[in-house]
Design a protein around this ligand. Sequence first.
Ligand code: SF4
Length: 372
Amino acid sequence: MLIPNAPTPRALRSISPSLYEALLSCPARAAWYATGTRGAVAPHPSALLAISFHGVMEALQKGRITGTDEECRLGARSLFDGLAARIHTEAHPLIKVKFPSPQKLPYYNLLRERSAALAADYSRSGERQEAGRAVAEGRFESSDGVIVGRPDMVDVGRAVVVDYKTGQAAKDGWRVSEREARQLSLYVYLAAEAGITATRGMIVRGNGDTARIDISKDTANAEAERARKVLAEFNASIDGGSTFYGFARPSADACRMCPCIPLCERFWEAADPSWSDECGIHLEGTVTAARPASVQGTALLTVEVDASRGTIRKCEATIEQIPAAWVVADGDRAPEAGDTVRLVDARLVSEDPTVIRADRVTTSLWRVGGET
Ligand code: SF4
């Protein structure tokens, strides 16, 4: 696959909790989210199903899923399936090669059933009407239009904003992380802007665990002001010569799971082996040999690489038996001797000799420039 071009940063009109987090850690990542070519890199598969899950939550809030427990379960499953099918159709070709149908995406049934169970719970809560009124627009916006966000639920009766997490739990899953607290504070602020009083935030994790915090009006207002300031600083730094790389702030923490790793030159300049635990296994190198093979009818490619940058030491590395279909998913040719390649989010099997294997969920192999 060929590495896509980096976007040109431009001033942003509004800031959401996810954009806020990206601006705090690495403004280049925020620029990618805001202006990058949609679908140019394959997202983590869980991000695709999270869209389906949150779509079901939004439909509940808007009263589009109603009826008995069982009717709500059926409605939630049907909507989840429909959203996942649409998202899968539009997904990056690598996703479709790895997971030929949406049902093959990791944790499909788990998230589908969780959305169905929440729909049934919601139907019993008796608070749909009130909560539905609270989030009728789905998307909240501050009166000046600068702060925007989509809380999964505003429980008006309990004065709490709720966010459902579909991905991995934070390290201390029983408590709200700093990042989650910022997000919930912005939601409390947005609820207040819409005339709804909320005083607490709650995170519901993928395993059903919950974590809560109190959020005062002052705290919510202060977070909103800070978000405005971060956005204003970013916009003030944009000029005619701004480049994606000029905004990059590489670090093991900021770059962890960043979709820009394949294309981000600043990442490759800064990364070193001490990042591997936190940020994963990524390497750039020159191909010295590419050997095709076939195992049980599946075409595979073993690639020998003179690795020079990334989160492993400089060495001669073997990338073992990566499915050939993955490396040509976007229509590019397979790597050959002399090509520069970047392997992203793989698994280190041994260090001496250095052997690396592809992970079905996360790994991608990219070719840097050159002729097709
Ligand atoms: S890879 Fe790192 S430096 Fe580059 S955009 Fe992502 S977070 Fe920023």
